[in-house]
Design a protein around this ligand. Structure first.
Ligand SMILES: O=P(O)(O)OP(=O)(O)OP(=O)(O)OC[C@H]1O[C@@H](n2cnc3c(O)ncnc32)[C@H](O)[C@@H]1O
Ligand SMILES: [Mg+2]
Length: 199
């Protein structure tokens, strides 16, 4: 069976990818299936640079088609921070600490000034394709004043969706995929990748 690797160690992302690609005629693996795979240093200054680093490191190791996601939260009142440093905002990839820091940085900022967006860049690299496929997605929302909901990961409990009157952590993985930055990027990828790939 054909195989595609998702170059992520993040269980939340892995779950979202698996839900979107469920029922396809290829096997989807992630780096969670290869716990010994070394840490990929995300030294780029843009989402696309980091997604490209991750996609190519994994593609070269396994010689298989590989999709990487680099994503983050951009908060207008913080001039786009935490941005490309979203995973490491409060130090070492600790969601609770990141959320606490975000709330503290936004202390006193009124609701209408707490606008933000999640962005995702997906890079699809394949040994038999000369050029990568690159797509982007985003979703707009507001940063709440306290975490709400237990689903999702990262900043989801603070990311409030006014149209749904819920946070990103109060919806199912399928609902999240319908509206999220990653879901929107995946919709673009789905329209293009089957014509692009040389198996
Ligand atoms: O690099 P991989 O292994 O894919 O996993 P990661 O968690 O390190 O992923 P990134 O480097 O792309 O960092 C993205 C960070 O942005 C935040 N983020 C991205 N997408 C998110 C989402 O859908 N919901 C909540 N937070 C998200 C979250 O803090 C992530 O750790
Ligand atoms: Mg990362």
């Amino acid at each position: 069976m054909k195989e595609i690797i998702i170059a992520t160690k993040n269980p939340g992302k892995a779950r979202e990818f698996k839900s979107v690609f469920a029922g396809e005629d290829f096997k989807l693996k992630t780096l969670l299936d290869f716990p010994d795979f070394p840490e990929i240093r995300e030294t780029g200054s843009t989402f696309q640079e980091n997604a490209t680093l991750k996609a190519h490191a994994v593609m070269e190791r396994f010689n298989l088609p590989t999709i990487a996601d680099d994503s983050g939260l951009q908060v207008d009142a913080l001039y786009g921070q935490p941005g490309v440093r979203s995973a490491r905002y409060a130090g070492d990839h600790d969601d609770a600490a990141n959320n606490a820091k975000l709330l503290s940085e936004l202390g006193g900022v009124p609701k209408d000034k707490r606008t933000a967006r999640f962005v995702s860049t997906l890079v699809f690299a394949n040994p038999k394709n000369e050029h990568d496929l690159v797509v982007e997605g985003e979703v707009k929302g507001l940063i709440g004043t306290l975490p709400q909901g237990d689903d999702g990961f990262g900043y989801d409990p603070l990311f409030y969706l006014p149209e749904l009157d819920k946070t990103m952590a109060q919806i199912t993985v399928d609902q999240k995929n319908q509206i999220s930055h990653r879901g929107n990027a995946l919709k673009k990828l789905e329209k293009q990748w089957q014509d692009w790939i040389n198996w």
